[in-house]
Write a new protein. Structure first.
Lengths: 159, 404
């Protein structure tokens, strides 16, 4: 158990002062993510210009892990191409479920502060929900749920 | 009573979590098992196991007798008139579903009304919704006040000639509220309406006398009473059980079968199709022996002291709000901490070895009533002690410091 390493200052800071918090007025992609097990709800709006994520925002009710994950995600994908965002989504899911070897090359940067989540299986979904929802928004799926296979690429295990 | 000595009966309480002593405050979800019950399970599996009600050989006769003895212990525990009024199920949920299928599907019709309360666990909501959808029946809900107590006057106003059933939780799992079920049962009976009591949270903490209560059905699970998972009981008045249709079909629940016609067995067997959880039921009987030996009334008094102490400690912590402040409560404290989501609270408390439940406690209507997505819940048993309350208080302070 590495709870101490999970609630690090960077996560607490993003929880206290979430970046890109709110709703974009001129979004052309939008999705609502929901974790029915804990009631977390997340609303993601983004402006996709051709292949590039020009702007992104999120809002919702959630725990600190989910909110910090969403906040750091928005800063990580803003300005990136759709393909780069999908790569990050994939890598983050692998990180959270303990399948990513962080010593191998990856694109997650500071997002590796979430690596401790793999030791807390009941909290993995909290960290992943924003990424789920981003994937849904990029693929024009209106609703994402941690309990539905349709909105997200399949996850190994049932983390 | 020597409560330290009683506590020593529970080997799991010696566990260390990440080097810290386990502080188990999730007893409303499931209680722990004393060595006496563990030993009984071992003795059954090593010297008494066979299938029951069937063969003429020695082991089958022993197992059949021990299974029957367990039923009799449960009968005594709730003061039922007859042992055949006690049906072994897989747990409270299964018991409620049995009543829904056996009674509800036979006797409840389109336009009939079923009264439930805001305090119900999902297991006493969803089966009745399924029935209502199937039959075109209507569900009416008793509201609660800001303390988390049922508004009994409103309950009484819900009755009319279409009211056909009441499903009522004895003690709220999310808040600990003890409901005035005797008064509510009496009122329903004046309208000739049967009442099912979900006693999952009451049986471990309050002496139950089904004859004094005059309830029509009473359900609870073994694993909240220091017994094994996978077994519980449904008490039902014999006349009602006899009038009901079977829930599950299979072996043991018949007296004769041809492809033209099956005759059902007498109660309780009519409702115990297939091989029951024999070992778990016998373990349940041992758990009842264990609890009756201490005395539920002594347990209630001890836990009430813990509740008072914990309510005092948490009640004076700044930023901590207790949800559910009924005058009559079991030792359950649901709370929120300003600015911190309950799941973060649970994860950080776990770091100190403290096990609490966080979430909606399978009682989303209560969460909606108090306008919170979830709470943290500390639920106490007779093997908990005041120093564990102190550890909880210290844990909450750690949470507040991290989220400052």
């Amino acid at each position: 158990m590495h709870t101490n390493s999970l609630y690090q200052e960077v996560i607490l800071d993003h929880n206290r002062k979430p970046r890109n918090y709110g709703k974009l007025d001129h979004a052309n992609h939008h999705a609502v993510g929901h974790n029915p097990l804990c009631g977390d709800r997340l609303d993601i709006t983004l402006q996709l210009d051709g292949d590039q994520i020009n702007n992104i925002a999120f809002q919702g009710e959630s725990c600190a892990i989910c909110k910090a994950s969403a906040s750091m995600m928005t800063t990580a994908v803003k300005g990136k191409s759709r393909a780069d965002a999908e790569t990050l989504i994939h890598e983050f899911r692998e990180l959270a479920t303990g399948k990513l070897d962080i010593n191998q090359p990856h694109h997650l940067g500071r997002l590796t502060v979430f690596s401790g989540i793999r030791d807390l299986p009941t909290r993995v979904k909290c960290a992943i929900l924003p990424w789920h929802t981003l994937h849904a928004a990029l693929n024009s799926i209106a609703n994402a749920s941690t309990e539905s296979a349709e909105s997200a690429p399949p996850m190994a295990d049932n983390a | 009573l020597d409560w330290e000595k009683i506590r020593a009966d529970f080997p799991i309480l010696q566990l260390k979590i990440d080097g810290k002593p386990l502080i188990y405050l999730d007893n409303a979800a499931s209680s722990q098992m004393p060595q006496q019950v563990i030993d009984r399970l071992v003795r059954y599996q090593t010297t008494q196991h066979a299938n029951i009600n069937r063969a003429v050989h020695y082991l089958s006769e022993v197992a059949t007798l021990e299974y029957h003895n367990a039923r009799c212990k449960l009968q005594q525990f709730i003061n039922a008139r007859e042992d055949r009024e006690v049906i072994f199920t897989s747990g409270t949920t299964d018991s409620i579903n049995l009543v829904m299928h056996g009674y509800g599907r036979k006797f409840i019709k389109a336009g009939d009304e079923i009264i439930l309360t805001t305090l119900e666990h999902h297991s006493n909501i969803v089966p009745w919704q399924m029935l209502a959808n199937e039959k075109g029946a209507i569900i009416r809900v008793v509201p609660i006040n800001d303390n988390g107590e049922l508004e009994v006057d409103e309950y009484e106003k819900l009755f009319n000639e279409r009211t056909k059933f009441v499903g009522l939780i004895h003690v709220s799992n999310a808040l600990g509220t003890i409901n005035p079920i005797k008064r509510m049962i009496d009122f329903a009976h004046r309208h000739s309406v049967p009442v099912l009591i979900d006693g999952a949270q009451a049986a471990p903490h309050i002496p139950i006398d089904v004859q004094a209560l005059d309830c029509d059905f009473y359900a609870f699970s073994a694993h909240k009473l220091c017994g094994p998972t996978g077994v519980g009981i449904l008490y039902g008045k014999a006349t009602l059980l006899e009038a009901m249709q079977p829930f599950k079909g299979g072996g043991d629940m018949i007296s004769s079968v041809t492809f033209e016609k099956t005759t059902y067995n007498t109660i309780p067997h009519k409702f115990e199709a297939g091989t029951p959880p024999i070992a778990a039921a016998i373990g349940f009987g041992a758990a009842i022996d264990y609890l009756m030996n201490i005395g539920i009334e002594h347990i209630a008094a001890y836990e009430s002291g813990l509740l008072e102490y914990a309510t005092g400690c948490l009640g004076e912590m700044p930023g901590v709000t207790i949800i559910g402040t009924a005058a009559e409560k079991t030792a359950v404290i649901s709370f929120t901490i300003d600015g911190v989501h309950p799941h973060d609270v649970g994860t950080i408390l776990n770091q100190d070895g403290i096990a609490v439940r966080t979430g909606h406690h399978c009682a989303q209507p209560i969460m909606q009533r108090f306008n919170v997505p979830a709470t943290s819940r500390a639920s106490f048993a007779f093997y908990n002690k005041k120093t564990e309350v102190d550890a909880l208080v210290a844990g909450i302070k750690t949470v507040q410091k991290i989220f400052l």
